[in-house]
Design a protein around this ligand. Structure first.
Ligand code: 5GP
Ligand code: MN
Length: 342
C-alpha cells in the first residue's frame, strides 16, 4: 500500500502527537458514519499511545450508528456544552476529523476557536480552510476520512494493535461514505484495506445490516410517500426534487437519521443526473438541502452558488434561511441555471 504521508510529514505528525497528552477528537454537526467511525478509530489509536482522549461531536449521531462499539463514550456538545468546553480548554491537541472548515461545527465552533491547543485536520473534503488547523492532512481523492485514518495507522505501525472494534468503526465510515462501495470506491487499494480490516474479525455483512436495514415501519412508509406523492422531475428526468415539511416528518414519526439515504433514491431513474431534497429542520427555522449526482455533475458548485453550502462533487449539502415555497423556487432556479451540465 502506498504511504499516505511523505517522510517529512510523518516526522511532523509524530512531533504533533508526541507533544500531546490530552487530546480531543471532534467531527462535524450531524455526524455520519464517516465522522463517527474515523473519530472512534483514531481515538482508539491515540489511546493505545497512552493519551487521554475525548471524542466530542456537536450533535448526536443517528439511531442507525448507535451500534458502533464505544459510541456511548462520545460526548455531544448539544447535551453537555460545559463539559465539552472544559475538555477543549484543557486539551493540548484538537483533532478535527471529516470536516474542512469550522462553520461545519455550528454552535460548537466558538469552543474550538477558544481552545489554545494546536489543531490537526484529517479530512477528505475539497477546499480545506488552511486557517482551520496548523497541521492539515487533506486527501479529497480518498473515499472517506476513515480510509485516511486507516492509512495513517498503517504507516505508523498501528495496525497490529487495532482491535475488532476499531476495525468495525473504520469499515463503517468507508462503507457509508461510498454508499456501500457503489461510488468513490474504485481505487483497488480500498479492497486491500477492507481485507486488512476483515482480518481483525469484523462481520461486514452485519455492519451493512446494522446501518442500512435498520428502518422503523414508519420510515419505510415515509420513503413510499415521498416517491409516490412528492417527487418532481425536471429537465427530461435528468433532475429531480422533493420536499419534506415538519408536518410530514411528524406524521411519519421522524427520528434523527430517517432522512438519510432518501435523496439517493431518485438517482435510480435511468439518465438521472441530479437529485435534490429540501427538508424543514425540526428545530431551527431553516431548510436543509441535500444534493446528490452521478458522473461529473458538480453538486458542490451548485451548493455553493445556490444553497450556502458545499461538499463533494457527487454529494453536497447546505441550508436556506427561508420558507419552503421560496426554497423550492431557489432549487428550480438552480436546476435551470445548471441545465446545460445536466
Ligand atoms: P448530506 O446531504 O448528507 O447532509 O451532506 C452531504 C455532504 O454535503 C456532506 O458530507 C458534506 O460534505 C456536505 N455538506 C452538507 N451540508 C453542508 C453545509 O451546510 N455546508 C457545507 N460546506 N457542506 C455541507
Ligand atoms: Mn466523510
Amino acid at each position: 500500500m502506498k504511504d499516505i504521508l511523505t517522510p517529512q510529514e510523518l516526522l511532523e505528525l509524530m512531533r504533533v502527537l508526541q507533544g500531546a497528552r490530552k487530546v480531543v477528537v471532534c467531527g462535524h454537526r450531524g455526524p455520519d458514519g464517516d465522522a463517527m467511525g474515523s473519530a472512534l478509530g483514531w481515538a482508539e489509536y491515540l489511546k493505545g499511545l497512552g493519551k487521554s482522549v475525548a471524542i466530542i461531536m456537536p450533535t448526536p449521531c443517528p439511531d442507525f450508528l448507535q451500534w458502533l462499539p464505544d459510541s456511548s463514550t462520545v460526548i455531544y456538545y448539544d447535551h453537555k456544552p460545559k463539559l465539552a468546553q472544559s475538555l477543549f480548554e484543557s486539551a493540548d491537541l484538537v483533532c478535527c476529523l471529516d470536516f474542512n472548515a469550522l462553520p461545519r461545527l455550528q454552535d460548537m465552533a466558538p469552543a474550538v476557536e477558544r481552545s489554545k491547543a494546536p489543531r490537526l485536520m484529517i479530512d477528505h473534503h475539497l477546499d480545506p480552510d488552511p486557517a482551520m488547523a496548523g497541521f492539515v492532512i487533506s486527501h479529497p481523492e480518498m473515499s472517506s476520512t476513515c480510509e485516511i485514518v486507516f492509512r495513517l495507522l498503517y504507516q505508523f505501525g498501528g495496525y497490529e494493535a487495532m482491535t475488532a472494534n476499531g476495525a468495525a468503526a473504520l469499515y463503517c465510515g468507508m462503507m457509508t461514505d461510498t454508499g456501500g462501495f457503489t461510488y468513490a470506491s474504485s481505487n483497488p487499494e480500498i479492497y486491500l484495506i477492507i481485507s486488512l480490516l476483515l482480518q481483525k474479525g469484523i462481520d461486514k455483512d452485519k455492519i451493512y445490516r446494522n446501518v442500512y436495514n435498520n428502518y422503523s415501519p414508519s420510515r419505510l412508509k415515509l420513503q413510499g410517500y415521498i416517491l409516490y406523492e412528492k417527487l418532481a422531475f425536471f429537465a427530461d428526468n435528468r433532475a429531480s426534487l422533493f420536499t419534506l415539511t415538519r408536518e410530514e416528518l411528524k406524521r411519519f414519526r421522524f427520528i434523527r437519521g430517517d432522512a438519510e439515504g432518501l435523496v439517493n433514491i431518485p438517482l435510480q431513474v435511468k439518465g438521472m443526473r441530479l437529485s435534490i431534497s429540501l427538508r424543514e429542520d425540526t428545530e431551527r427555522d431553516l431548510i436543509r438541502v441535500s444534493l446528490r449526482s452521478v458522473d461529473d455533475f458538480p453538486c458542490n458548485k451548485m451548493a455553493e452558488e445556490f444553497f450556502n453550502g458545499g461538499g463533494h462533487l457527487n454529494a453536497s449539502g447546505g441550508t436556506l434561511p427561508f420558507p419552503m415555497a421560496e426554497a423550492v423556487k431557489t432549487a428550480e432556479r438552480a436546476i435551470e441555471a445548471y441545465k446545460d451540465l445536466l
